[in-house]
Ligand binder design. Structure first.
Ligand code: KG4
Ligand code: ZN
Length: 364
């Protein structure tokens, strides 16, 4: 163990956000966000309806230094006040990952600081700890644009996968259906907005894999059905209803599979504390949160989700994952590599490679 507190600069460049943050992990385990800056590239990618890797990588190069300095300035700290630097090393768009990781290595080398090469998914996994005190272990539903998985999280670096998507991630389903409905990128928030006041029962959509006993997800059938319906729906009230029906179908599947995972997890925990956490961009969706909270309560689990700002990609979660690793005495060499794919539970991923390529490429 290295002495706490840890004050860590976090860097996140794995997709279309260039982000830097400073987080302090106190000796009592409390996380304090001293600054968090997210430079979004949405405007640069919007004309293409999705993330263009080359544009993303170039934009990261142009802004990373200024964003890191802005994060230090907001924290009223200099590089000399840091005890470590943490950069996302994957999974993600590798050109972008290399930018943040290289910048992190340069800071570590120049300032003699330990480097932590952080798994982006581990960042999402710890993100709920940025908003409130949350002890390990917990059952995690990680739902973002590139991932949809249920994980039993014992502690930093100790995750066991209980289920994952066999086709699209939930955020990807939101984005693709929104696109089919003519909504702007990114589709998730746009679809949530359109769904307001809509009647979810106006359309019947397929309920996928609900007969199966495992905790895996599937969204491709829903995506196809919704895209077909979208072609014939033009009236604004019907569009609202379809958006509400899609949102309810996604939230419903997430809740059903989480319910199943909670029952298995509770049995394995044998009397230990039951905590359920949802994290990732889709955790920003109100309907999804509400359905999951109700499911958690029904099963005797406490419920936690990150503050909205830490649901979508940010560097505070990367800094915290780095600080927790440093506190556990873990750091990485300066030749740590950028990894386009990097499952959190490598053993489970190798045994059951359920993923396929998605909007942001095959990540896990
Ligand atoms: O975690 P994140 O920023 O990036 C990844 O690591 O993938 O998640 C982005 C995803 C996108 O698919 C976006 O549409 C979705 O999260 N998202 C939402 C909402 N806000 C973001 N989906 C539904 N409702 C929202 N409010
Ligand atoms: Zn993410």
């Amino acid at each position: 163990m290295t002495p706490t507190p840890h004050t860590v600069l976090g860097l996140e460049t794995s997709c279309d956000e260039t982000a830097a943050a400073v987080v302090r992990l106190h000796a009592d385990g409390r996380a304090e966000v001293l600054s968090s800056i997210v430079g979004s590239q949405i405007a640069a990618h919007a004309p293409f309806g999705g993330v263009v890797p080359e544009i993303a990588a170039r934009a990261h190069v142009e802004t990373i230094e200024a964003i890191a300095e802005a994060a230090l300035e907001e924290a009223v700290l200099g590089y000399e006040d840091l005890t470590g630097v943490a950069a996302t090393a994957g999974p993600g768009l590798v050109g972008g990952v290399m930018v943040g990781l290289s910048f992190g290595k340069a800071v570590a080398l120049a300032r003699g600081l330990p480097l932590v090469a952080v798994n982006h998914l581990e960042g999402h996994a710890v993100s709920a700890r940025l908003g409130a005190e949350l002890a390990y272990p917990f059952l995690l539903l990680l739902v973002s644009g590139g991932h949809c998985q249920l994980l039993s999280v014992e502690g930093i670096g100790a995750c066991t996968r209980m289920g994952s998507t066999i086709d699209d991630a939930a955020g990807e389903a939101f984005d693709k259906i929104a696109k089919a409905m003519g909504l702007p990128y990114p589709g998730g928030p746009a679809l949530e907005k359109l769904a307001q006041g809509g009647h979810a029962t106006a359309f019947e959509l397929p309920r996928m894999l609900l007969g199966r006993k495992d905790c895996d997800f599937s969204f491709s059938g829903l995506k196809t059905a919704a895209a077909r319906l979208a072609e014939g729906v033009t009236a604004e009230d019907q569009r609202r209803n379809l958006a509400a029906a899609v949102q309810a179908a996604i939230a419903g599947q997430l809740a059903e599979k989480s319910d199943r995972a909670m029952k298995a997890y509770a049995q394995a925990q044998a009397g230990r504390g039951l905590r359920f956490v949802v994290a990732g961009g889709v955790a920003a969706n109100r309907t999804v949160r509400d359905r999951l909270e109700a499911t958690a309560t029904k099963n005797g689990f406490s419920f936690a989700a990150p503050p909205l700002a830490y649901c979508t990609d940010n560097a505070a979660m990367i800094a915290l994952a780095g600080a927790e690793r440093l506190a556990a005495g873990i750091s990485d060499p300066l030749d740590a590599v950028a990894r386009p794919r990097w499952p959190l539970d490598a053993a489970a991923a190798a045994a059951a490679p359920t993923h396929k390529a998605g909007r942001k490429g095959a990540k896990a």
